[in-house]
Design a protein around this ligand. Structure first.
Ligand code: FE2
Length: 263
């Protein structure tokens, strides 16, 4: 259940958000905990994708009378930031989380399915990132051949299917030793944290914060960041960048109406 502010379209569709497993199963079990943490991350990715799909059609392009190059520029930066966030998530999984789980479980190939699924949307995501990086605001198009919709449509269902399937895969790990799985998860997270870099504070972090709905299904504390982080993002790293108008939540994870939509 999502806190919808009105009947207007929001970032809980067109792709459905994931029900958090610990809200219906015992969250003290390691595999339920891991699946729930992953579900929160995946919902961040899905809300960002939905926010793009819901708002981009209403951003005027240069052939429209009401074209404003700043709007198109901001949308392209938002899309670029979202694509970088998705890339980072999957890089962390393939570099740290999946190998650690396979080692711990003693089952090489256990995580082959999500890796194969990554391959299904990898090229489309790269194409989107390249488009958002290279396109000038007055060249930007949503619909038609070569437009951004065509690129998103080429991979977004593969991406969403993967985001749903990975939760089920983790929920199927109830036979692994719970304490060991939790330790492995924490180790992989620590390794991943050490790879973050300062440039991510200008694009990936503002996307994560603005797509994390802290009111979802009764409330949650995802992402687990220091309390000062939303202030640093708002007043420093994200300050003056209009791209963040496209986020469906404010810096404190409170849902807000989408900035662009049907008249
Ligand atoms: Fe994932």
């Amino acid at each position: 259940m999502t806190t919808k502010l009105s009947a207007a379209p929001w970032a809980d569709g067109p792709f459905d958000l994931i029900t958090i497993p610990s809200n219906r199963l015992d969250g003290s079990l390691a595999h339920v905990y891991c699946a729930s943490e992953m579900a929160h991350s995946h919902n961040v990715i899905l809300r960002g994708l939905n926010a793009i799909l819901q708002q981009a059609p209403f951003v005027p392009v240069s052939t429209d009378d009401n074209f404003n190059s700043q709007d198109a520029k901001d949308l392209l930066f938002y899309v670029q930031s979202w694509a970088k966030m998705v890339n980072h998530h999957h890089w962390v999984e393939e570099s740290f989380i999946f190998p650690e789980i396979e080692k711990f479980a003693g089952r090489p190939g256990l995580m082959d399915t999500p890796k194969d699924e990554h391959a299904l949307f990898h090229d489309g995501l790269e194409k989107l990132l390249a488009y958002a990086l290279a396109t000038k605001p007055d060249e930007y198009r949503w619909s038609g051949p070569g437009g951004m919709k065509e690129i998103l449509d080429s991979f977004s269902k593969h991406l969403a299917d993967h985001l749903y399937a990975e939760i089920e895969l983790l929920l199927g790990m109830g036979d692994l030793d719970g304490a060991g799985l939790k330790r492995t998860w924490a180790q992989a997270e620590n390794l991943a944290k050490q790879t973050g870099n300062i440039s991510m504070l200008y694009d990936v972090f503002p996307t994560v914060l603005g797509c994390a709905d802290k009111t979802f299904e009764g409330g949650n504390e995802f992402p687990p960041l220091p309390w000062v982080m939303p202030y640093l993002i708002k007043y420093w790293f994200a300050a003056g960048n209009g791209a963040w108008r496209f986020n469906p939540c404010d810096w404190w994870g409170r849902p807000r109406p989408l900035a662009f939509g049907p008249p």
